[in-house]
Design a protein around this ligand. Structure first.
Ligand code: ATP
Ligand code: MG
Length: 429
């Protein structure tokens, strides 16, 4: 992408309403803009990151054997009457009427919808286990939308739903998602601690929230220091041990009953980026989603649901990765991997080298942003630091004469000179 043709409305100062660093930086970097409380436009740079996050989530869900579907945002109230949640859900649900005065709603979650898919098509245990997921916008009329995309009213969620014949199967499905979640967050460079959680209006009795540590997190968290030594990447990761380690948010933590001695109890603040639930037959029993077992008897199917806050993750990533100059994207989610900063687009030699590098990097499918604008150098560097591209290459008249460019790593600030040929090699697949 050429910066001269891009749409990147960066701002020097963040609007006063932004309280936390991720919200400020997303506005300043021209990633999002507010349309209404808790409802945002995603501009090109923001959307590029959202898509990266979404892609990692999708790849890990697919790798775990879940199947992608797409359920609608608008659902009929009648489905929710079957599960008896239509009245129970409260004011967070946006209720609407269609032209025929039928009650509809903008989905805050999709248990009913997916249970309906299941009951229409699955009859036998032979079709199990099954895990269906989608990545779809949700609406929850939050009492206090704040912190930008972290607590929006409209937000993008990945929600998966597992179906099994019995508790044993459901538990395996739960553990499978548990591990997939650790992998997903790890791939984004994040360490998410699984914490025992309350099940809330979704219900059930086995539940974990995945919290990443950040000083601006909404919940206080308490966890065993042993988490600091866990290698979440280990191929033989022991999830039973992990589940047995103490970790809880403030609403679950009871100092009087906490099993971890004070010197090993860590406290901090967390951002909930994922939440998994086992809820058994809560929906299937009410909605008649039954399967035939090997012995010929019919029972309601055992279910669980597994959410990841895809749009919240974009904010959470910035909370985890920024400095005083701006965002510091981990490569896995960066909107562009390399920025080519041409200091003198009016200089023929600089222009030729910049174009040549741009063409060669693109030919290797490297995502590259070429700053071909007439801005002054200081402003160019400030913008690149603000938007957080991991690798910045500076092309200037002096370097061009000596056949070298400067490569800077955004994260460490380390710079070194190298020849254009070596630079291309550096980013070759
Ligand atoms: P919270 O406790 O933060 O209100 P929740 O427990 O109500 O969230 P879940 O039903 O568990 O949310 O939804 C799954 C995931 O969706 C959450 O872990 C979170 O990452 C994300 N999420 C939930 N509500 C919002 C929101 N208002 N804005 C952005 N992301 C959200
Ligand atoms: Mg939750």
């Amino acid at each position: 992408m050429r910066l001269s043709r891009y749409f990147l409305p960066v701002m020097r100062e963040a609007p006063a309403e932004a309280e936390i660093v991720s919200h400020k930086l997303m506005l300043r970097a021209g990633m999002i803009q507010q349309v209404s409380a808790g409802i945002y436009d995603w501009l090109p740079l923001g959307l590029a990151v959202l898509k990266r996050v979404e892609r990692i989530v999708r790849e890990e869900m697919n790798a775990a054997g879940a199947l992608e579907i797409l359920m609608p945002t608008i659902q009929p109230a009648d489905l929710w009457r079957e599960s008896e949640r239509y009245e129970a859900y409260g004011k967070e649900m946006l209720r609407i009427k269609d032209r025929h005065e039928r009650d509809m709603l903008y989905g805050p979650t999709n248990e009913e919808n997916v249970t309906d898919i299941f009951r229409r098509h699955v009859r036998s245990y032979r079709q199990l286990p099954l895990n269906l997921y989608h990545i779809q916008w949700k609406f929850r009329d939050e009492i206090r939308p704040r912190f930008g995309v972290m607590r929006g009213r409209e937000f993008l969620m990945k929600d998966a739903y597992s179906f099994d014949l019995d508790y044993e199967g459901a538990r395996r499905a739960y553990d499978n998602m548990f591990v997939a979640y650790l992998r997903t967050f790890k791939r984004m460079g994040l360490t998410a601690i699984p914490m025992q959680a309350e099940t809330g209006p979704i219900g059930g009795n086995m539940s974990h929230e995945f919290q990443i540590l950040a000083s601006t997190g909404e919940s206080a968290v308490f966890y065993d220091a042993a988490f600091e030594e866990v290698d979440f990447d280990a191929p033989d990761l022991d999830i039973e041990r992990l589940k047995a380690l103490y970790a809880a948010t403030d609403d679950m933590h009871d100092p009087a009953k906490c099993p971890v001695p004070a010197d090993r109890l860590r406290t901090g603040r967390g951002i909930e980026v994922g939440h998994i639930f086992y809820f058994g037959t809560k929906y299937s029993a009410k909605m008649g989603a039954n399967v035939m077992g090997p012995d010929g008897t019919e029972t309601p199917v055992e279910m669980g649901s597994y959410g990841i806050g895809v749009s919240r993750l974009v904010g959470a990533l910035i909370e985890a990765f920024h400095d005083e100059k701006g965002i510091v994207w981990p490569e896995a989610v960066a909107p562009y991997r390399v920025a080519l900063v041409n200091l003198r687009p009016d200089d023929e030699a600089c222009r030729a080298l910049a174009e040549d590098l741009y063409g060669r990097l693109r030919a290797m499918h490297v995502d590259v942003l070429l700053d071909d604008t007439e801005e002054r150098a200081g402003a160019k560097f400030a913008t690149m630091d603000l938007i957080g591209i991991p690798w910045q290459v500076t092309i200037g008249p002096r370097g061009v004469k000596e056949d070298r460019v400067e490569l800077k790593e955004r994260r460490t600030g380390e710079r070194h000179d190298l020849s254009p040929a070596l630079l291309v090699e550096r980013f070759a697949p």
